[in-house]
Design a protein around this ligand. Structure first.
Ligand code: HEC
Length: 200
């Protein structure tokens, strides 16, 4: 309960303070916000490493569940496991996955995050590489790494039309009545890992 109200508080804070001019500059140059790897400060390096762990844990659990009981079982697992990992990784920052077309309504990208997703999408269109970024905001900073539709498996729950089996579609509808996260193709940008740091 304590944790929940704390998270809620920090999200509200971020939104309130971010309203007028969300990012420090309207739209930063991509080059200025790129994550600088070894040169980045320690907290950012740790977070980017944790994004990798998040991805591993989630895909291991997802694959095991798919094998065991197909997409319907995997949806159940995703519904429990994804928020569980988010919680376990959230310390100094709030860590989560976001999207402009979320399945879980709590995963909607903020204004700043949405701006970065647009920047990445534009670069992909031009065939340019994308990677982690650190965006200063008026309230702190946001560290983000892109998530793309990396394999056929993703399409069984995020794909187009018949790629999603009727049983899967029904299970998704039941668990996520306001689901927006379908209609994707291989390599599409699906969303991002995000760590929201609030200045103390
Ligand atoms: C078995 C169905 C299933 C498969 C397969 C699947 N997902 Fe998802 N995905 C979900 C569910 C369910 C959620 C919502 C989880 C939650 O409630 O936190 C989700 C959420 C997400 C989110 C967070 C944003 C949001 O919409 O809530 C991203 C990003 C994502 N999936 C990407 C992927 C990628 C990339 C793959 C392939 C590697 C993949 N998914 C495979 C079911 C699936």
């Amino acid at each position: 309960m304590y944790f929940r109200s704390l998270t809620f508080f920090s999200i509200t804070l971020l939104f309130l303070a971010c309203k007028p001019d969300a990012p420090a500059k309207a739209v930063p140059e991509y080059e200025t916000i790129q994550y600088k790897g070894e040169a980045a400060d320690e907290a950012d390096r740790l977070i980017v490493k944790q994004f990798g762990e998040f991805k591993m844990q989630l895909s291991n659990r997802l694959m095991a569940a798919m094998k065991e009981g197909g997409p319907e079982k995997a949806i159940e697992v995703c519904q429990v496991v994804s928020p569980e990992i988010e919680k376990s990784l959230s310390g100094e920052a709030q860590v989560l996955r976001v999207s402009q077309k979320p399945r879980n309504p709590e995963h909607r990208a903020s204004e700043v995050e949405s701006m970065v997703l647009d920047l990445w999408a534009a670069r992909l269109k031009e065939g340019k590489p994308i990677g982690a970024v650190v965006v200063p905001t008026e309230t702190g900073r946001v560290v983000m790494a892109p998530i793309q539709i990396s394999g056929e498996m993703c399409l069984s729950c995020h794909g187009i039309g018949e790629q999603i089996k009727p049983e899967t579609a029904a299970a998704l509808k039941k668990a996520y009545p306001s689901d927006e996260a379908t209609g994707y193709s291989l390599n599409d940008l699906r969303g991002a890992f995000v760590a929201r740091f609030i200045k103390k």
